[in-house]
Design a protein around this ligand. Structure first.
Ligand code: KIV
Ligand code: ZN
Length: 510
């Protein structure tokens, strides 16, 4: 049985979705979850893109021990040197260098001849190999590149020392049979093809990213590049959860399997959706809220009589129904600390632990059962340092009554001073945001407002995401509370604090 390597690019290609920009801490949280899920390679970012991205890749390289940490770079020496520096602390690191190989990209975008492109690719791989053994080369737009040219450049970069060759369908143009044929041809025609791992990276413009990747696996690819929830440029990348579960469920067809701990899939999906503010559609395969629910009477009857009549996978195998009742009102500090450690939530100091524990007790007073997801939300609030919290909610009062205009009274701490603000709105959330804005005067545009319930039940915490844009910067703010108006105010303030902070990275596309 071959090992199918899972290369997750949520932190790089996923982050290229407009508005999905992440902070260093957010990238670290996701990276730890990917490691726990046993992803083989985590592509942490594009270090030459910005100092923020460099710092984030370096932090991931320092923290992750069980997965390889990859950094993307173009073929320029400066890009590669920066990527090498960022992944230097990694126990296992990889340089992923790429250049476009399709006629349209070479002529219109790069303005380079095919010979120049081959030279740039070979030099880049050689340069990278001076710093590290593990080098992946990608032929950008390979899905539309001339096959003879692909054979030529790939043979040359393998000779130069690349050990993974990635074939991206950058614009999501291929059809499964055609893409599989491309992989078969390349593996047959490139003379040194057997010296490398063949990888694919498919985009979803025609909704075929997963189908194309699976077809390529059947044609011999042994690494697939993918993202949690299919996040990524435009229509996104192949969804990790769909690829992994297709291969695991159809072992009668695939001669390989991944090492993924599938029970971690749902937590990863929720974490990525919460951090980026990209909700998961209810009918999304594997991780959508309805993915395992049976509505029709005939289906319900069948499942009750014999589960496999309508279920090809078990919900618990991908993390559903795995909400553990971890702690309650009477749990002590030691149990709280132990559960955080089990969840891989790092607590920077005793002070953070103490204030986290105090907030846990507050939450336990309002909500009987505290689940893992509640602890994640609670501790991600704690991860905000005082320097990152220019605006803080001190107290709030919201009034909403049939026939009356909703009203919000808010007290905010701004630096060391307290400010009071009141406003009316079309609803209590609108009133709260107007009151906050009357103090903050950010002038930012609200791009997105969404509420998700963190767990089930009407006593669940609501997790609110607010996306703001100002002068080309896009940030996401999150807030969680059992009161969704308070959660909304917290999310808005969190986004304002990110706009305020110089630590927050600029979206790479901007
Ligand atoms: O889609 C693409 O071609 C890419 C490469 C940089 C691998 O993301
Ligand atoms: Zn891509």
């Amino acid at each position: 049985m071959d090992h199918l390597k899972i290369f997750d690019t949520t932190l790089r290609d996923g982050e290229q979705s407009p508005g999905a920009s992440m902070t260093r801490e957010e990238k670290l949280r996701i990276a730890r979850q990917l490691e726990k899920m046993r992803v083989d390679v985590i592509e942490a970012g594009f270090p030459a893109a910005s100092n923020g991205d460099f710092e984030a890749v370096r932090a991931v390289a320092e923290a992750i021990k069980e997965s390889t940490v990859a950094a993307l770079c173009r073929t320029q020496d400066r890009d590669i040197a920066r990527a090498l520096e960022a992944i230097a602390p990694a126990r296992s690191g990889r340089i992923h260098t790429f250049i476009a190989t399709s006629a349209i990209h070479m002529e219109k975008k790069l303005r380079m001849s095919p010979d120049e492109v081959v030279t740039a690719a070979v030099n880049a791989v050689r340069f990278a190999r001076n710093g590290i053994d593990n080098v992946e080369f990608s032929c950008e737009d390979a899905g539309r590149s001339d096959l003879d040219f692909l054979c030529r450049i790939i043979e040359a970069v393998i000779k130069a020392g690349a050990s993974v060759i990635n074939i991206p369908d950058t614009v999501g143009y291929n059809l499964p049979e055609q893409f599989a044929e491309r992989i078969t041809q390349l593996r047959q025609r490139v003379p040194n093809a057997d010296q490398v791992t063949w990888s694919v990276h498919c985009h979803n413009d025609l909704g075929l990213a997963v189908a194309n990747s699976l077809a390529a696996v059947l044609a011999g690819a042994r690494q697939v590049e993918c993202t949690i929830n299919g996040l990524g440029e435009r229509a996104g990348n192949a969804a990790l959860e769909e690829l992994v579960m297709a291969v695991r469920t159809r072992q009668d067809v695939f001669p390989c399997d991944s090492r993924i701990d599938t029970t971690q899939i749902l937590s990863a999906s929720k974490m990525v959706s919460g951090i980026t503010g990209f909700p998961v559609q209810p009918n999304k395969a594997i991780v959508g809220a309805n993915a395992f629910s049976h509505e029709s009477g005939i289906h319900q009857d069948g499942v009750l009589k014999h589960r496999e009549t309508y279920e090809i996978m078990r919900a618990e195998d991908v993390g559903w129904n795995a909400n553990k009742l971890v702690l309650g009102k009477h749990s002590g500090r030691t149990a709280f600390r132990a559960r955080l450690a089990e969840l891989g939530i790092e607590v920077e100091s005793e002070q953070v632990l103490n204030s986290g524990f105090a907030r846990f007790k507050e939450l336990a007073d309002k909500k009987h059962d505290i689940y893992d997801e509640d602890l994640h939300a609670l501790m991600s609030d704690e991860a905000v340092t005082p320097e990152q919290e220019h605006f803080r909610l001190v107290s709030s009062l919201f009034h909403s009554e049939t026939g009356e205009t909703p009203h919000a009274d808010i007290t905010l701490a701004v630096g060391n001073a307290e400010h009071h603000a009141a406003a009316e709105g079309s609803g209590p959330v609108d009133a709260a945001f107007k009151a906050i804005e009357s103090v903050a005067a950010s002038g930012a545009d609200l791009l997105l407002y969404s509420v998700n319930s963190i767990t089930t039940g009407t006593d669940a915490q609501g997790e609110v995401t607010v996306r703001l844009s100002k002068e080309g910067r896009i940030v996401n703010g999150q807030g969680a509370d059992t009161d969704i108006i308070v959660a909304s105010a917290k999310a808005y303030l969190n986004a304002l604090n990110k706009l305020q902070s110089t630590l927050e990275r600029v979206n790479p596309q901007v």
